[in-house]
Design a protein around this ligand. Structure first.
Ligand SMILES: [Zn+2]
Length: 91
């Protein structure tokens, strides 16, 4: 999967009439293609929290990430990027 760029499935890109948005979504997917699984999650979580940014549902279409992945990325970002399954939780 590394190096493979996801094709955005959102309505805007499908219509093909908004070059700015299409380019933005393509760049998101180019960047995602270079990240590992954990980083992809965090980037998705970060995008989902941007003011005026896409909803989770739109983000799924744009990035191909699933809702669970986006939610988890958001949660981990809030927790200071604590990855539950890689490091034991410490306080
Ligand atoms: Zn798109």
């Amino acid at each position: 999967m590394a190096g493979e760029v996801h094709q955005c499935q959102c309505a805007v890109c499908a219509a093909g009439e908004d070059g700015v948005t299409q380019a933005a979504h393509r760049q998101i997917n180019v960047l995602l293609s270079q990240l590992n699984e954990v980083q992809r999650r965090w980037y998705g979580g970060s995008l989902s929290q941007q003011a005026g940014g896409p909803s989770d549902r739109e983000l799924m279409r744009i990035t191909g990430l699933d809702a669970k992945t986006i939610r988890r990325g958001r949660r981990e970002l809030r927790n200071g990027l604590a990855v539950a399954d890689q490091k034991p939780k410490k306080r």
